[in-house]
Write a protein that binds this ligand. Sequence first.
Ligand SMILES: [Zn+2]
Length: 319
Amino acid sequence: MSLQRNPPDGAPSPQQLPDGLMDEQRRAAAVEEAVHQLSLHLSGHRRWFVLTGAGCSTESGIPAYRDETGAWRHKPPIQLHEFMGSESVRRRYWARSFVGFPRVHRALPNAAHHALAQLERQDRVRLLVTQNVDLLHQKAGSQNVIDLHGQLAWVACLGCRSLIERERVQHWLAANNPTLFAHDGAPDPDQRDASGHALAPDGDAQLALDVSGLQIPPCPSCGGLLKPNVVFFGETVPPQKVRDSYAALEEADAVLVVGSSLAVFSGYRFVRRAAELRKPIVVVNSGMTRADALAQLKLSGPCGALLDGALQLLSPGAA
Ligand SMILES: [Zn+2]
């Protein structure tokens, strides 16, 4: 937390307290001040354009690609041209995704998702654009959502363009690879153990597993190549989603960024456009973002606690 305030009259000065207590008191005061500032900004503008990223879902147990300094936590995610060009890359992707998907699929929305859904019900949100593929905003009740990077719960055929539920692909992979995935789900993605299992926000687990014999599913309709219905790195966002997002941005009074470092251009372009249109920008993210210099207010802290706290100030009792 970067915001601080002085203790009220009569309160012990921070210097008189033991280090631990002093830190705790400072932290609590900084959170309180940040919540206050956020609620003031939220009430100061009528219709918000909200942009969310992986940091919004970390409190739901889905880790972000980047840490607080913007560096990769794990190796960079798979690129589209690698997936398209190599059967072995596709085998590795589906094996890792088979292991990682259940954790994303069963994740529950956290306080940040619930607060944003409540702000929409209060008619404060014009549109929520998310870079996340986990459907947690919809699970929390947000209705007006554009999933900029697609939805992991669906798989698309690159031949006939049909969409297939991801769960069917999970069943197919389990049924056709009995030796590789001896149990349903096989290696536990919750464990970051010696074999290096770890999860990315698109359900891509890091596996130390020989996948050379993996059977990967063809399209059940045409036999074509299946790809998760998410935008890979190196792939462009569907133009209609971009146009709809820009249109909503034009109509919005202000922009709220939650849990994104905006390292990826697909999201950053909206903040840049908002700055060109001189719309106020508020950023809530634990760590640096590309929009820090453009923002009227930048808060570094846990998205859930800050948004929920601000919502409570705006409308006490809201959940
Ligand atoms: Zn097909």
